[in-house]
Design a binder for this molecule. Structure first.
Ligand SMILES: O=C(O)C1=N[C@H](C(=O)O)C[C@H](O)C1
Length: 282
């Protein structure tokens, strides 16, 4: 989920709720709030609490899972953030510790320490182009053996050797979710269980159809949908996420403004118009 802002600059909880129901009506299996797409780094603690409360109410009412991004790059503060999660949250999406660049043994020690105390299962958010931290298949497999580590949001910017290695031999009960929009179709084809992708704020029903087609073994339909959605994701990521996405959601009347918070800048009108055309035709 993106986080919509009102013209006043405040988080617009009503619009958030409207968009959340919209994506769930279109078939999303649950909500993920406070990811990078939700501009979590630019929200205050109070604003994050408002987003979580709103999502808890919606997800409880619709009986769908809620995954919440829990940021932090040191173990102690991440444990505190996990312990502070309110009831009603189903899972926590926790980035591989960014900026500090520990060894992979350090990454394992970090997630094992979190997994021992977390009140909800963890989804490891592996996005090395944002964190600066490499994590290989063996490390993810090791983490996936812990009963409180439920999966990985895999976002390495490619379908790489580690993805192939991991998907070829997954720990029981450990899911790979594609976290990188252009690669959702190939990763689903290789056995990923689903995706957490920004573009699905916009074309939710098409992403649902894509996942269903791969799961049903309908490769012809899945390939065709995947190729079209690749073009949409490419258009939505021509400028830093979620700026173009918010522009198109605004043009489509789904959110009140296209505003993002500094240091993000609003996308250019040309990028928004191009993405809108790719999404809905010219
Ligand atoms: O916040 C997310 O979840 C996502 N963020 C990624 C990013 O902005 O790098 C993209 C992905 O679609 C989902």
């Amino acid at each position: 989920m993106i986080t919509p802002f009102a013209a006043s600059g405040a988080v617009d909880a009503q619009s958030f709720e409207k968009l959340a129901h919209h994506v769930l009506d279109q078939g999303a299996s649950g909500l993920v709030a406070l990811g990078t797409t939700g501009e979590v780094a630019a929200l205050s603690a109070e604003e994050r609490a408002v987003v979580i409360e709103t999502c808890v109410r919606i997800c409880a009412g619709r009986d769908v899972p809620l995954t919440v991004g829990v940021s932090g790059n040191d173990t102690r503060s991440t444990i505190a953030a996990l312990r502070a999660l309110p009831g009603g949250v189903t899972a926590a999406l926790v980035p591989v510790p960014y900026f500090l660049r520990p060894s992979e043994r350090g990454v394992i020690a970090h997630f094992e320490a979190l997994a021992e105390v977390t009140p909800v299962p963890l989804v490891v958010y592996h996005i090395p182009y944002r964190t600066g931290q490499q994590v290989g298949a063996a490390t993810l497999r090791h983490l996936g053996a812990h009963p409180m580590i439920a999966g990985v949001k895999y976002a390495t910017g490619s379908v790489d050797q580690d993805a192939l290695d991991l998907l070829a031999d997954l720990p029981t009960g450990f899911d790979v979710l594609c976290g990188d929009d252009p690669f959702v179709s190939p990763l689903l084809a290789l056995g990923a269980s689903g995706g957490i992708v920004a573009s699905a704020n916009l074309a939710t029903d098409r992403f649902v159809a894509l996942a269903q087609a791969w799961q049903a073994g309908d490769a012809e339909r899945a390939r065709e949908l995947g190729q079209r959605l690749f073009k949409l994701s490419a258009a939505l990521f021509t400028e830093p996420n979620p700026t173009v996405l918010k522009g198109v959601l605004h043009v489509r009347g789904l959110i009140p403004t296209a505003d993002v918070r500094l240091p993000l800048l609003p996308a250019s009108a040309a990028s928004v118009a191009h993405a809108d055309t790719v999404a809905f035709g010219g």
